[in-house]
Design a protein. Structure first.
Lengths: 313, 327
Protein backbone atom coordinates (compact mmCIF):
# COMPACT_ATOMS: atom_id res chain seq x y z
CA UNK A 1 0.00 0.00 0.00
CA UNK A 2 3.04 2.29 0.02
CA UNK A 3 2.11 3.48 -3.45
CA UNK A 4 -1.40 4.44 -2.47
CA UNK A 5 -1.57 8.21 -2.23
CA UNK A 6 -3.39 9.58 0.80
CA UNK A 7 -4.00 13.29 1.22
CA UNK A 8 -4.23 14.57 4.81
CA UNK A 9 -5.94 17.95 4.90
CA UNK A 10 -4.43 19.44 8.10
CA UNK A 11 -1.92 18.36 10.78
CA UNK A 12 -4.65 17.49 13.28
CA UNK A 13 -2.92 14.41 14.68
CA UNK A 14 0.81 13.76 14.79
CA UNK A 15 0.18 10.11 15.57
CA UNK A 16 -2.15 9.70 12.60
CA UNK A 17 0.28 11.47 10.33
CA UNK A 18 3.03 9.10 11.41
CA UNK A 19 0.91 6.02 10.91
CA UNK A 20 -0.31 7.17 7.49
CA UNK A 21 3.26 7.90 6.49
CA UNK A 22 4.33 4.38 7.43
CA UNK A 23 1.65 2.68 5.37
CA UNK A 24 0.86 4.96 2.46
CA UNK A 25 2.33 7.69 0.31
CA UNK A 26 1.29 10.66 2.39
CA UNK A 27 0.53 14.05 0.88
CA UNK A 28 0.44 16.86 3.42
CA UNK A 29 -2.08 19.37 2.07
CA UNK A 30 -1.12 22.09 4.54
CA UNK A 31 2.43 22.19 3.21
CA UNK A 32 1.39 23.25 -0.26
CA UNK A 33 1.62 26.92 -1.19
CA UNK A 34 -0.85 26.57 -4.06
CA UNK A 35 -3.60 24.17 -3.15
CA UNK A 36 -5.15 23.70 -6.58
CA UNK A 37 -1.77 23.11 -8.20
CA UNK A 38 -0.81 20.68 -5.50
CA UNK A 39 -3.92 18.63 -6.13
CA UNK A 40 -3.50 18.71 -9.88
CA UNK A 41 0.15 17.66 -9.66
CA UNK A 42 -0.63 14.70 -7.48
CA UNK A 43 -4.09 13.78 -8.69
CA UNK A 44 -2.87 10.65 -10.42
CA UNK A 45 -1.67 9.26 -7.12
CA UNK A 46 -4.22 10.40 -4.55
CA UNK A 47 -6.79 7.73 -3.89
CA UNK A 48 -7.82 8.68 -0.38
CA UNK A 49 -8.44 11.84 1.62
CA UNK A 50 -8.20 12.05 5.39
CA UNK A 51 -10.02 15.15 6.67
CA UNK A 52 -11.38 16.30 10.02
CA UNK A 53 -14.24 18.34 11.46
CA UNK A 54 -13.04 21.62 10.00
CA UNK A 55 -11.08 20.63 6.88
CA UNK A 56 -12.95 17.92 5.02
CA UNK A 57 -13.38 17.19 1.36
CA UNK A 58 -15.56 19.52 -0.67
CA UNK A 59 -16.86 19.40 -4.24
CA UNK A 60 -13.90 21.34 -5.57
CA UNK A 61 -11.38 18.93 -4.10
CA UNK A 62 -13.37 15.93 -5.28
CA UNK A 63 -13.48 17.44 -8.75
CA UNK A 64 -9.67 17.74 -8.82
CA UNK A 65 -9.05 14.16 -7.67
CA UNK A 66 -10.23 11.76 -10.37
CA UNK A 67 -8.65 8.76 -8.63
CA UNK A 68 -10.32 9.43 -5.27
CA UNK A 69 -11.90 6.26 -3.89
CA UNK A 70 -12.41 6.96 -0.22
CA UNK A 71 -12.67 9.80 2.30
CA UNK A 72 -11.81 8.54 5.76
CA UNK A 73 -12.65 11.40 8.10
CA UNK A 74 -11.13 12.00 11.54
CA UNK A 75 -14.48 13.11 13.01
CA UNK A 76 -18.00 11.85 13.43
CA UNK A 77 -19.61 14.93 11.85
CA UNK A 78 -19.46 14.90 8.05
CA UNK A 79 -20.81 18.36 7.25
CA UNK A 80 -17.46 19.30 5.71
CA UNK A 81 -17.55 16.34 3.29
CA UNK A 82 -19.68 16.70 0.17
CA UNK A 83 -21.62 13.49 0.66
CA UNK A 84 -23.84 14.04 -2.38
CA UNK A 85 -20.82 14.39 -4.65
CA UNK A 86 -19.20 11.33 -3.08
CA UNK A 87 -22.30 9.26 -3.67
CA UNK A 88 -22.44 10.44 -7.28
CA UNK A 89 -18.82 9.45 -7.88
CA UNK A 90 -19.04 6.21 -5.93
CA UNK A 91 -16.54 7.46 -3.39
CA UNK A 92 -16.76 5.72 -0.01
CA UNK A 93 -16.86 7.81 3.16
CA UNK A 94 -16.06 6.70 6.70
CA UNK A 95 -16.14 8.62 9.98
CA UNK A 96 -15.27 7.93 13.64
CA UNK A 97 -18.49 7.34 15.59
CA UNK A 98 -18.64 5.72 19.05
CA UNK A 99 -14.98 6.08 19.98
CA UNK A 100 -15.47 9.75 20.73
CA UNK A 101 -19.00 9.66 22.18
CA UNK A 102 -17.87 9.62 25.81
CA UNK A 103 -15.39 12.46 25.46
CA UNK A 104 -17.85 14.74 23.70
CA UNK A 105 -20.57 13.98 26.23
CA UNK A 106 -18.10 14.59 29.06
CA UNK A 107 -17.25 17.93 27.49
CA UNK A 108 -20.91 18.96 27.40
CA UNK A 109 -21.16 18.34 31.13
CA UNK A 110 -17.83 20.05 31.74
CA UNK A 111 -19.18 23.14 29.96
CA UNK A 112 -22.46 23.09 31.92
CA UNK A 113 -20.59 22.95 35.21
CA UNK A 114 -18.01 25.50 34.15
CA UNK A 115 -20.72 27.96 33.11
CA UNK A 116 -23.19 27.47 35.96
CA UNK A 117 -20.59 27.21 38.70
CA UNK A 118 -18.27 29.78 37.14
CA UNK A 119 -15.27 27.50 37.53
CA UNK A 120 -13.07 29.31 35.00
CA UNK A 121 -14.06 32.70 36.41
CA UNK A 122 -13.27 31.44 39.92
CA UNK A 123 -9.84 30.30 38.80
CA UNK A 124 -9.20 33.72 37.25
CA UNK A 125 -10.45 35.36 40.47
CA UNK A 126 -7.87 33.52 42.54
CA UNK A 127 -4.95 33.88 40.15
CA UNK A 128 -5.57 37.60 39.77
CA UNK A 129 -5.16 37.93 43.53
CA UNK A 130 -8.74 39.09 44.04
CA UNK A 131 -9.71 36.59 46.73
CA UNK A 132 -7.76 38.54 49.34
CA UNK A 133 -10.18 41.39 48.80
CA UNK A 134 -13.39 39.50 49.16
CA UNK A 135 -15.44 36.50 48.31
CA UNK A 136 -16.59 35.57 44.86
CA UNK A 137 -20.29 35.87 44.26
CA UNK A 138 -22.77 33.02 44.51
CA UNK A 139 -22.99 30.76 41.52
CA UNK A 140 -25.90 28.67 40.26
CA UNK A 141 -26.73 25.10 41.18
CA UNK A 142 -26.61 22.49 38.45
CA UNK A 143 -28.14 19.35 39.95
CA UNK A 144 -31.85 19.14 39.29
CA UNK A 145 -31.96 21.72 36.51
CA UNK A 146 -33.93 20.66 33.44
CA UNK A 147 -31.78 19.71 30.47
CA UNK A 148 -33.10 19.82 26.90
CA UNK A 149 -31.07 17.97 24.29
CA UNK A 150 -31.25 18.77 20.59
CA UNK A 151 -30.56 15.45 18.94
CA UNK A 152 -30.79 12.25 20.94
CA UNK A 153 -28.27 10.19 18.98
CA UNK A 154 -25.22 8.51 20.47
CA UNK A 155 -23.77 11.69 21.90
CA UNK A 156 -27.13 13.11 23.01
CA UNK A 157 -27.98 9.88 24.84
CA UNK A 158 -24.60 9.83 26.55
CA UNK A 159 -25.19 13.41 27.71
CA UNK A 160 -28.62 12.43 29.00
CA UNK A 161 -27.16 9.51 30.96
CA UNK A 162 -24.69 11.81 32.70
CA UNK A 163 -27.17 14.60 33.40
CA UNK A 164 -29.50 11.99 34.86
CA UNK A 165 -26.92 11.20 37.53
CA UNK A 166 -27.20 14.85 38.59
CA UNK A 167 -30.95 14.45 39.03
CA UNK A 168 -31.76 16.55 35.97
CA UNK A 169 -35.08 15.97 34.21
CA UNK A 170 -34.27 15.31 30.54
CA UNK A 171 -36.22 16.31 27.46
CA UNK A 172 -35.26 16.27 23.80
CA UNK A 173 -36.06 17.17 20.24
CA UNK A 174 -35.08 14.81 17.45
CA UNK A 175 -36.05 14.21 13.83
CA UNK A 176 -38.39 11.55 15.19
CA UNK A 177 -39.54 10.51 18.62
CA UNK A 178 -37.54 7.61 20.11
CA UNK A 179 -39.55 4.68 21.37
CA UNK A 180 -36.91 3.24 23.69
CA UNK A 181 -36.59 6.16 26.07
CA UNK A 182 -38.44 7.73 29.01
CA UNK A 183 -37.23 11.22 28.26
CA UNK A 184 -39.85 13.77 27.27
CA UNK A 185 -40.06 14.51 23.57
CA UNK A 186 -40.87 17.94 22.14
CA UNK A 187 -41.78 18.27 18.47
CA UNK A 188 -39.75 21.41 17.85
CA UNK A 189 -36.60 23.19 18.98
CA UNK A 190 -38.66 26.16 20.18
CA UNK A 191 -40.89 24.05 22.37
CA UNK A 192 -37.88 22.23 23.77
CA UNK A 193 -36.21 25.55 24.59
CA UNK A 194 -39.37 26.87 26.23
CA UNK A 195 -39.41 23.88 28.55
CA UNK A 196 -35.83 23.54 29.71
CA UNK A 197 -33.22 25.57 31.53
CA UNK A 198 -30.11 24.16 29.86
CA UNK A 199 -30.25 23.59 26.08
CA UNK A 200 -27.58 21.29 24.69
CA UNK A 201 -26.94 21.00 20.94
CA UNK A 202 -25.90 17.46 20.03
CA UNK A 203 -27.24 16.80 16.58
CA UNK A 204 -25.61 16.54 13.13
CA UNK A 205 -25.29 19.65 11.00
CA UNK A 206 -27.52 19.39 7.95
CA UNK A 207 -29.54 21.83 5.88
CA UNK A 208 -32.45 21.37 8.29
CA UNK A 209 -30.42 21.99 11.43
CA UNK A 210 -28.48 24.99 10.11
CA UNK A 211 -29.24 27.85 12.52
CA UNK A 212 -31.72 25.63 14.36
CA UNK A 213 -30.99 27.80 17.39
CA UNK A 214 -32.18 31.18 16.19
CA UNK A 215 -33.68 34.28 17.81
CA UNK A 216 -36.99 32.54 18.39
CA UNK A 217 -35.37 29.62 20.21
CA UNK A 218 -33.15 31.95 22.23
CA UNK A 219 -36.19 33.97 23.29
CA UNK A 220 -38.04 30.78 24.21
CA UNK A 221 -35.11 29.61 26.35
CA UNK A 222 -35.20 32.92 28.14
CA UNK A 223 -32.94 35.03 30.37
CA UNK A 224 -32.35 32.21 32.89
CA UNK A 225 -31.38 29.79 30.15
CA UNK A 226 -27.98 28.41 29.21
CA UNK A 227 -26.91 27.16 25.78
CA UNK A 228 -24.23 24.49 25.40
CA UNK A 229 -22.90 23.79 21.92
CA UNK A 230 -20.79 20.71 21.25
CA UNK A 231 -22.23 20.25 17.77
CA UNK A 232 -21.27 22.69 15.03
CA UNK A 233 -21.00 26.45 15.17
CA UNK A 234 -23.58 26.79 12.41
CA UNK A 235 -26.25 25.18 14.54
CA UNK A 236 -26.58 28.60 16.13
CA UNK A 237 -27.23 31.97 14.54
CA UNK A 238 -24.04 33.32 16.05
CA UNK A 239 -24.69 37.07 15.87
CA UNK A 240 -28.07 36.49 17.57
CA UNK A 241 -26.38 34.46 20.27
CA UNK A 242 -23.74 37.10 20.86
CA UNK A 243 -26.25 39.93 21.21
CA UNK A 244 -28.43 37.83 23.51
CA UNK A 245 -25.45 37.19 25.78
CA UNK A 246 -24.16 40.74 25.69
CA UNK A 247 -27.65 42.11 26.39
CA UNK A 248 -28.34 39.64 29.19
CA UNK A 249 -31.22 37.90 27.42
CA UNK A 250 -29.47 34.57 28.13
CA UNK A 251 -27.91 33.54 31.43
CA UNK A 252 -24.83 32.04 29.84
CA UNK A 253 -23.28 29.79 27.22
CA UNK A 254 -20.66 27.07 26.91
CA UNK A 255 -19.34 26.91 23.35
CA UNK A 256 -16.88 24.44 21.87
CA UNK A 257 -17.68 25.34 18.28
CA UNK A 258 -18.16 28.49 16.22
CA UNK A 259 -19.36 29.48 12.79
CA UNK A 260 -15.92 30.55 11.55
CA UNK A 261 -13.36 28.68 13.56
CA UNK A 262 -10.82 29.66 14.74
CA UNK A 263 -12.48 33.08 14.83
CA UNK A 264 -14.47 33.63 18.02
CA UNK A 265 -16.65 36.75 18.49
CA UNK A 266 -14.56 39.07 20.65
CA UNK A 267 -17.61 40.56 22.37
CA UNK A 268 -17.72 37.30 24.32
CA UNK A 269 -14.20 37.60 25.71
CA UNK A 270 -15.16 39.87 28.58
CA UNK A 271 -18.15 37.83 29.77
CA UNK A 272 -17.87 35.73 32.94
CA UNK A 273 -20.97 33.70 32.17
CA UNK A 274 -19.49 32.25 28.99
CA UNK A 275 -16.92 29.49 28.50
CA UNK A 276 -15.14 29.38 25.15
CA UNK A 277 -13.18 26.37 23.92
CA UNK A 278 -11.15 25.76 20.78
CA UNK A 279 -13.14 22.79 19.39
CA UNK A 280 -11.70 20.28 21.82
CA UNK A 281 -14.71 17.93 21.83
CA UNK A 282 -12.77 14.73 21.40
CA UNK A 283 -9.33 16.13 22.07
CA UNK A 284 -7.96 13.66 24.54
CA UNK A 285 -4.82 11.62 24.11
CA UNK A 286 -6.77 8.40 24.49
CA UNK A 287 -9.59 9.18 22.07
CA UNK A 288 -7.45 10.79 19.39
CA UNK A 289 -5.45 7.60 19.21
CA UNK A 290 -8.60 5.52 18.91
CA UNK A 291 -9.95 7.81 16.20
CA UNK A 292 -6.67 7.64 14.29
CA UNK A 293 -6.61 3.85 14.56
CA UNK A 294 -10.13 3.74 13.18
CA UNK A 295 -9.23 5.99 10.25
CA UNK A 296 -6.30 3.70 9.39
CA UNK A 297 -8.38 0.56 9.83
CA UNK A 298 -11.01 1.89 7.44
CA UNK A 299 -8.37 2.81 4.84
CA UNK A 300 -6.68 -0.56 5.10
CA UNK A 301 -9.99 -2.36 4.86
CA UNK A 302 -10.84 -0.44 1.73
CA UNK A 303 -7.55 -1.07 -0.04
CA UNK A 304 -7.63 -4.73 0.92
CA UNK A 305 -11.19 -5.05 -0.42
CA UNK A 306 -12.55 -5.85 3.00
CA UNK A 307 -15.76 -4.39 4.51
CA UNK A 308 -15.37 -0.88 5.87
CA UNK A 309 -15.65 -0.63 9.65
CA UNK A 310 -17.64 2.61 9.95
CA UNK A 311 -19.00 3.54 6.54
CA UNK A 312 -21.21 6.59 6.26
CA UNK A 313 -21.50 6.41 2.44
CA UNK B 1 -43.29 49.76 73.69
CA UNK B 2 -44.05 47.72 76.77
CA UNK B 3 -45.74 45.24 74.45
CA UNK B 4 -42.53 44.97 72.42
CA UNK B 5 -40.54 44.20 75.51
CA UNK B 6 -43.03 41.52 76.44
CA UNK B 7 -42.93 39.99 72.99
CA UNK B 8 -39.15 40.07 73.13
CA UNK B 9 -39.21 38.21 76.38
CA UNK B 10 -41.03 35.37 74.68
CA UNK B 11 -38.48 35.15 71.94
CA UNK B 12 -35.80 32.52 72.42
CA UNK B 13 -32.31 33.90 72.72
CA UNK B 14 -29.75 32.83 70.12
CA UNK B 15 -26.15 33.87 70.54
CA UNK B 16 -24.86 35.01 67.12
CA UNK B 17 -21.12 35.07 66.62
CA UNK B 18 -21.43 36.37 63.05
CA UNK B 19 -24.18 38.09 61.11
CA UNK B 20 -26.24 35.61 59.20
CA UNK B 21 -27.61 37.07 55.98
CA UNK B 22 -31.08 35.60 55.63
CA UNK B 23 -33.21 35.68 52.55
CA UNK B 24 -36.29 37.81 53.38
CA UNK B 25 -38.69 34.87 53.88
CA UNK B 26 -36.39 33.21 56.36
CA UNK B 27 -35.59 36.47 58.11
CA UNK B 28 -39.24 36.98 58.97
CA UNK B 29 -39.62 33.49 60.34
CA UNK B 30 -36.46 33.94 62.39
CA UNK B 31 -37.46 37.33 63.89
CA UNK B 32 -40.86 36.03 64.94
CA UNK B 33 -39.38 33.38 67.21
CA UNK B 34 -35.82 34.23 68.09
CA UNK B 35 -33.94 37.09 69.69
CA UNK B 36 -30.41 37.35 68.38
CA UNK B 37 -27.63 38.29 70.79
CA UNK B 38 -25.23 39.83 68.32
CA UNK B 39 -21.75 39.39 69.75
CA UNK B 40 -20.21 40.85 66.62
CA UNK B 41 -22.09 44.17 66.98
CA UNK B 42 -20.69 44.91 70.37
CA UNK B 43 -17.52 46.88 70.91
CA UNK B 44 -16.84 44.76 73.98
CA UNK B 45 -14.59 41.73 73.67
CA UNK B 46 -16.64 38.60 73.06
CA UNK B 47 -16.02 37.04 76.47
CA UNK B 48 -17.19 40.16 78.25
CA UNK B 49 -20.27 40.47 76.09
CA UNK B 50 -21.19 36.84 76.65
CA UNK B 51 -20.59 37.00 80.39
CA UNK B 52 -22.84 40.03 80.61
CA UNK B 53 -25.65 39.22 78.21
CA UNK B 54 -25.68 35.52 77.43
CA UNK B 55 -25.77 33.79 80.74
CA UNK B 56 -29.12 32.16 80.11
CA UNK B 57 -28.69 31.62 76.39
CA UNK B 58 -29.16 27.99 75.44
CA UNK B 59 -28.24 28.13 71.74
CA UNK B 60 -25.30 29.50 69.77
CA UNK B 61 -25.22 30.04 66.00
CA UNK B 62 -21.84 30.24 64.32
CA UNK B 63 -20.19 29.98 60.93
CA UNK B 64 -17.40 27.71 59.75
CA UNK B 65 -14.66 30.25 60.24
CA UNK B 66 -15.57 31.42 63.75
CA UNK B 67 -13.81 29.22 66.32
CA UNK B 68 -15.89 28.09 69.27
CA UNK B 69 -13.23 27.46 71.89
CA UNK B 70 -13.47 26.05 75.40
CA UNK B 71 -12.75 29.57 76.71
CA UNK B 72 -15.81 30.87 74.93
CA UNK B 73 -17.89 27.92 76.06
CA UNK B 74 -16.97 28.70 79.65
CA UNK B 75 -18.75 32.06 79.26
CA UNK B 76 -21.97 30.29 78.28
CA UNK B 77 -23.08 28.27 81.33
CA UNK B 78 -26.58 27.59 79.99
CA UNK B 79 -25.50 26.53 76.53
CA UNK B 80 -27.07 23.30 75.34
CA UNK B 81 -26.78 23.50 71.57
CA UNK B 82 -24.42 24.86 68.91
CA UNK B 83 -25.58 25.24 65.34
CA UNK B 84 -22.94 25.89 62.71
CA UNK B 85 -23.76 26.94 59.17
CA UNK B 86 -20.88 24.88 57.84
CA UNK B 87 -20.60 21.21 57.04
CA UNK B 88 -17.28 21.06 58.82
CA UNK B 89 -17.14 21.16 62.63
CA UNK B 90 -13.39 21.24 63.21
CA UNK B 91 -13.62 24.85 64.46
CA UNK B 92 -15.68 23.77 67.47
CA UNK B 93 -14.14 22.29 70.61
CA UNK B 94 -16.04 19.05 70.35
CA UNK B 95 -14.33 17.54 73.35
CA UNK B 96 -15.63 20.32 75.58
CA UNK B 97 -19.08 19.98 74.02
CA UNK B 98 -19.08 16.27 74.73
CA UNK B 99 -18.03 16.92 78.30
CA UNK B 100 -20.81 19.41 78.85
CA UNK B 101 -23.47 17.54 76.91
CA UNK B 102 -23.80 20.32 74.33
CA UNK B 103 -25.41 19.08 71.13
CA UNK B 104 -23.91 20.23 67.83
CA UNK B 105 -25.80 20.57 64.54
CA UNK B 106 -24.20 21.41 61.20
CA UNK B 107 -25.30 22.07 57.63
CA UNK B 108 -26.29 18.43 57.23
CA UNK B 109 -26.91 17.59 53.61
CA UNK B 110 -27.82 21.13 52.57
CA UNK B 111 -24.58 21.47 50.62
CA UNK B 112 -23.80 17.91 49.61
CA UNK B 113 -25.15 18.00 46.09
CA UNK B 114 -23.56 21.35 45.27
CA UNK B 115 -20.19 20.23 46.58
CA UNK B 116 -20.44 17.00 44.59
CA UNK B 117 -21.31 18.92 41.43
CA UNK B 118 -18.37 21.22 42.02
CA UNK B 119 -15.93 18.35 42.61
CA UNK B 120 -16.97 16.80 39.28
CA UNK B 121 -16.67 20.20 37.60
CA UNK B 122 -13.15 20.69 38.96
CA UNK B 123 -12.09 17.22 37.84
CA UNK B 124 -13.45 17.75 34.32
CA UNK B 125 -11.72 21.11 34.16
CA UNK B 126 -8.34 19.65 35.11
CA UNK B 127 -8.58 16.61 32.81
CA UNK B 128 -10.08 18.36 29.80
CA UNK B 129 -8.18 21.63 30.33
CA UNK B 130 -11.34 23.73 30.27
CA UNK B 131 -10.02 26.84 32.04
CA UNK B 132 -6.75 26.65 30.14
CA UNK B 133 -8.51 26.39 26.77
CA UNK B 134 -10.95 29.15 27.69
CA UNK B 135 -8.03 31.40 28.57
CA UNK B 136 -6.29 30.40 25.31
CA UNK B 137 -9.30 31.47 23.29
CA UNK B 138 -9.84 34.73 25.21
CA UNK B 139 -6.23 35.73 24.65
CA UNK B 140 -6.82 35.42 20.91
CA UNK B 141 -4.34 32.57 20.52
CA UNK B 142 -6.51 30.07 18.65
CA UNK B 143 -6.16 31.69 15.20
CA UNK B 144 -2.47 32.35 15.84
CA UNK B 145 -1.14 29.23 17.52
CA UNK B 146 -3.62 26.67 16.26
CA UNK B 147 -5.20 23.83 18.16
CA UNK B 148 -4.77 23.60 21.89
CA UNK B 149 -2.96 20.75 23.68
CA UNK B 150 -4.84 17.49 24.19
CA UNK B 151 -6.50 16.70 27.50
CA UNK B 152 -7.25 13.34 29.05
CA UNK B 153 -10.32 11.14 29.00
CA UNK B 154 -12.39 10.85 32.17
CA UNK B 155 -14.10 7.57 31.27
CA UNK B 156 -12.36 4.54 32.68
CA UNK B 157 -10.40 6.48 35.27
CA UNK B 158 -10.04 4.86 38.70
CA UNK B 159 -11.40 7.33 41.23
CA UNK B 160 -10.54 7.04 44.91
CA UNK B 161 -12.88 8.97 47.21
CA UNK B 162 -11.65 9.80 50.69
CA UNK B 163 -14.71 10.12 52.89
CA UNK B 164 -17.83 8.47 51.57
CA UNK B 165 -20.35 10.50 53.53
CA UNK B 166 -23.21 12.36 51.91
CA UNK B 167 -20.88 14.43 49.74
CA UNK B 168 -18.67 11.48 48.78
CA UNK B 169 -21.68 9.34 47.86
CA UNK B 170 -23.08 12.04 45.59
CA UNK B 171 -19.69 12.34 43.90
CA UNK B 172 -19.55 8.57 43.40
CA UNK B 173 -23.02 8.47 41.88
CA UNK B 174 -22.13 11.16 39.35
CA UNK B 175 -18.75 9.80 38.34
CA UNK B 176 -20.13 6.33 37.78
CA UNK B 177 -22.30 7.80 35.01
CA UNK B 178 -19.09 9.00 33.34
CA UNK B 179 -17.72 5.48 33.30
CA UNK B 180 -15.32 5.85 36.23
CA UNK B 181 -14.61 3.03 38.63
CA UNK B 182 -15.01 4.04 42.27
CA UNK B 183 -13.12 2.98 45.40
CA UNK B 184 -13.05 4.64 48.78
CA UNK B 185 -11.41 5.13 52.12
CA UNK B 186 -13.46 6.01 55.16
CA UNK B 187 -13.07 5.72 58.94
CA UNK B 188 -14.90 2.42 58.67
CA UNK B 189 -15.96 0.18 55.83
CA UNK B 190 -19.60 0.73 54.87
CA UNK B 191 -21.43 -2.59 54.64
CA UNK B 192 -24.18 -1.25 52.37
CA UNK B 193 -21.68 0.06 49.78
CA UNK B 194 -20.42 -2.15 46.98
CA UNK B 195 -17.39 -0.05 46.02
CA UNK B 196 -14.00 -1.53 46.99
CA UNK B 197 -12.85 -0.27 50.40
CA UNK B 198 -9.27 0.70 51.28
CA UNK B 199 -8.35 0.99 54.91
CA UNK B 200 -5.78 3.69 54.30
CA UNK B 201 -5.29 6.60 51.94
CA UNK B 202 -1.87 5.49 50.76
CA UNK B 203 -3.16 2.20 49.32
CA UNK B 204 -6.15 3.99 47.84
CA UNK B 205 -3.89 6.52 46.13
CA UNK B 206 -1.63 3.79 44.77
CA UNK B 207 -4.61 2.21 43.00
CA UNK B 208 -6.23 5.42 41.79
CA UNK B 209 -5.83 7.82 38.90
CA UNK B 210 -7.86 10.45 40.72
CA UNK B 211 -8.07 11.12 44.45
CA UNK B 212 -11.03 13.16 45.71
CA UNK B 213 -11.07 14.49 49.28
CA UNK B 214 -14.50 14.91 50.78
CA UNK B 215 -13.99 14.02 54.41
CA UNK B 216 -13.99 15.98 57.67
CA UNK B 217 -10.86 17.61 59.05
CA UNK B 218 -9.96 16.02 62.36
CA UNK B 219 -6.75 15.25 64.22
CA UNK B 220 -6.52 11.96 62.36
CA UNK B 221 -7.06 13.42 58.92
CA UNK B 222 -4.81 16.46 59.31
CA UNK B 223 -2.19 16.31 56.50
CA UNK B 224 -3.36 12.85 55.61
CA UNK B 225 -2.33 13.52 52.02
CA UNK B 226 1.38 13.75 52.56
CA UNK B 227 4.53 13.14 50.53
CA UNK B 228 4.03 9.37 50.51
CA UNK B 229 0.43 9.53 49.41
CA UNK B 230 1.25 12.01 46.64
CA UNK B 231 4.05 9.79 45.49
CA UNK B 232 1.69 6.81 45.46
CA UNK B 233 -0.80 8.80 43.40
CA UNK B 234 1.93 9.33 40.86
CA UNK B 235 2.90 11.43 37.86
CA UNK B 236 -0.43 11.05 36.05
CA UNK B 237 -2.49 11.33 39.20
CA UNK B 238 -4.99 14.11 39.86
CA UNK B 239 -6.10 15.34 43.27
CA UNK B 240 -9.37 17.17 43.92
CA UNK B 241 -9.93 18.81 47.30
CA UNK B 242 -13.40 19.98 48.34
CA UNK B 243 -12.85 19.14 52.01
CA UNK B 244 -10.46 21.28 53.99
CA UNK B 245 -7.08 22.68 52.98
CA UNK B 246 -5.33 21.06 55.91
CA UNK B 247 -6.22 17.58 54.72
CA UNK B 248 -3.21 18.02 52.44
CA UNK B 249 0.37 18.92 53.31
CA UNK B 250 0.14 22.01 51.15
CA UNK B 251 3.86 22.71 50.89
CA UNK B 252 4.43 19.20 49.66
CA UNK B 253 1.55 19.43 47.22
CA UNK B 254 2.91 22.65 45.74
CA UNK B 255 6.34 21.09 45.35
CA UNK B 256 4.91 18.03 43.61
CA UNK B 257 2.84 20.13 41.24
CA UNK B 258 5.64 22.53 40.39
CA UNK B 259 8.03 19.65 39.74
CA UNK B 260 5.51 17.64 37.75
CA UNK B 261 5.43 14.76 40.21
CA UNK B 262 1.66 14.57 40.06
CA UNK B 263 -0.54 15.22 37.04
CA UNK B 264 -2.74 18.05 38.27
CA UNK B 265 -5.09 19.37 40.94
CA UNK B 266 -8.44 21.03 41.46
CA UNK B 267 -8.48 22.86 44.80
CA UNK B 268 -11.39 24.68 46.41
CA UNK B 269 -9.78 24.89 49.84
CA UNK B 270 -6.37 25.85 51.24
CA UNK B 271 -4.52 25.78 54.53
CA UNK B 272 -4.63 29.54 55.01
CA UNK B 273 -7.51 30.97 53.04
CA UNK B 274 -7.61 33.35 51.31
CA UNK B 275 -3.85 32.94 50.83
CA UNK B 276 -3.13 30.61 47.95
CA UNK B 277 0.46 29.57 47.15
CA UNK B 278 1.42 31.82 44.26
CA UNK B 279 3.55 29.10 42.65
CA UNK B 280 0.29 27.48 41.62
CA UNK B 281 -1.02 30.46 39.67
CA UNK B 282 0.95 29.78 36.52
CA UNK B 283 0.26 26.05 36.34
CA UNK B 284 -2.48 25.34 33.85
CA UNK B 285 -3.00 21.82 35.17
CA UNK B 286 -4.13 23.33 38.49
CA UNK B 287 -7.57 24.81 38.95
CA UNK B 288 -7.96 27.13 41.92
CA UNK B 289 -11.24 28.10 43.46
CA UNK B 290 -12.02 30.52 46.32
CA UNK B 291 -13.90 28.08 48.58
CA UNK B 292 -17.08 28.27 46.52
CA UNK B 293 -18.16 24.66 46.34
CA UNK B 294 -21.18 25.23 48.50
CA UNK B 295 -22.45 28.60 47.64
CA UNK B 296 -25.36 28.63 45.29
CA UNK B 297 -28.56 30.46 46.17
CA UNK B 298 -30.33 27.12 46.24
CA UNK B 299 -28.06 25.56 48.88
CA UNK B 300 -28.04 28.80 50.81
CA UNK B 301 -31.79 28.67 50.89
CA UNK B 302 -31.70 25.04 52.04
CA UNK B 303 -29.20 25.99 54.73
CA UNK B 304 -31.35 28.79 56.14
CA UNK B 305 -34.33 26.45 56.17
CA UNK B 306 -32.21 23.93 58.06
CA UNK B 307 -30.86 26.44 60.59
CA UNK B 308 -34.30 27.68 61.48
CA UNK B 309 -35.60 24.12 61.48
CA UNK B 310 -32.89 23.11 63.94
CA UNK B 311 -33.66 26.10 66.18
CA UNK B 312 -37.37 25.32 66.16
CA UNK B 313 -36.70 21.65 66.90
CA UNK B 314 -34.40 22.49 69.77
CA UNK B 315 -36.81 24.87 71.43
CA UNK B 316 -39.68 22.43 71.14
CA UNK B 317 -37.59 19.62 72.60
CA UNK B 318 -37.61 17.68 69.39
CA UNK B 319 -34.55 15.95 67.87
CA UNK B 320 -32.22 18.23 65.93
CA UNK B 321 -32.56 17.95 62.15
CA UNK B 322 -28.84 17.69 61.42
CA UNK B 323 -27.05 16.59 64.57
CA UNK B 324 -23.37 15.83 64.27
CA UNK B 325 -23.00 12.27 65.46
CA UNK B 326 -20.43 11.71 68.09
CA UNK B 327 -18.19 8.98 66.71
Amino acid sequence: METVGVLMTKPFSAYLEEELDKRFKLFRFWESSNRKEFLKENSHLIRAVVGNATAGCDAEMIGLLPKLEIVSNFSVGLDKVDLVKCKERGIRVTNTPDVLTDDVADLALALILAVLRRICACDRYVTSGSWINGNFKLTTKFSGKSVGILGLGRIGSAIAKRANAFGCPISYYSRSEKSNTDYKYYPSAVELAANCEILVIACALTEETHHIVNREVIDALGPQGIIINIGRGSHIDEPELVSALVEGRLAGAGLDVFENEPQVPEQLFGLDNVVLLSHVGSDTVETCKEMADLVIANLEAHFLNKPLLTPAV
Amino acid sequence: MAEDAEVRQHLHQVVMLRPFPYFPSHKERFSKQFQPLNVFESSEPAHLFLSTHAQSARVLLCAGFTPVTSDMLRCLPSLQCIITTSAGVEHIDLGECRRRGIAVANAGNAFSVDVADYAVGLLLDVLRRISAADSYVRRGLWPVQGDFRLGHKLGGKRVGIVGLGSIGSEIAKRLEAFGCSISYNSRRKKPSVSFPYYSNVYDLAADSDVLILSCALTEETFHMVNKDVLSALGKEGIIINVGRGALIDEKELVRCLVQGEIGGAGLDVFEKEPDVPKELFALDNVILSPHRAVLTPESFDALQELVIGNLEAFFSNKPLLSPVKDE
